[in-house]
Design a protein around this ligand. Structure first.
Ligand code: C2G
Length: 129
């Protein structure tokens, strides 16, 4: 089974690692779409701390990741799924229900987020120091 997931993965932390490792266990081959800087701005109204090339390198270097690419638009999920021949789409449950319409091209699974950690909170803490 080929698993695909998407995310910004800015200021990489253990919540990111948990979901990627958990997702990989659902199949054998793991593909990750890393949001471009522009897409991150559109989603979060701020640019990421780390640029897309660095974030892509970090994700691609993980043991649980077989392939990583830049995700340019939220609207292209179907194209990315077909392009990478993914059988399962994994998303964090902060996106619960948002991608159910893709169930006709692959299985959609929402995994629970790791509590009490987020890139935005880490950025806030560092800014205050
Ligand atoms: N995540 C998690 N636990 C946390 C923080 C994040 O499980 N404490 C998960 C999110 O649910 C997501 C992944 O880690 O599945 C990446 O999180 P973000 O970088 O915040 O990604 P996001 O902006 O939600 O991008 O196409 C969809 C998007 O690109 C998803």
């Amino acid at each position: 089974m080929r698993v695909i997931t998407f995310g910004t993965f800015d200021v990489f932390h253990v919540g990111h690692l948990n979901i990627l490792e958990h997702a990989k266990k659902l199949g054998e081959y793991m593909i990750v779409g890393v949001s471009s800087d522009q897409l991150t701005f559109e989603k979060k109204e701020r640019y990421p701390v780390f640029g897309e090339d660095d974030r892509l390198r970090i994700i691609a270097a993980l043991n649980c990741v077989d392939e990583a690419f830049i995700e340019k638009s939220l609207e292209l999920k179907k194209e990315y799924i077909f392009q990478h021949q993914a059988d399962i789409l994994v998303m964090g449950d902060d996106w619960d229900g948002k991608f159910d319409h893709l169930n006709d091209c692959c299985k959609v699974v929402y995994l629970p987020r790791t509590p009490s950690i987020s890139s935005s909170e880490i950025i806030e803490i560092v800014q205050k120091r």
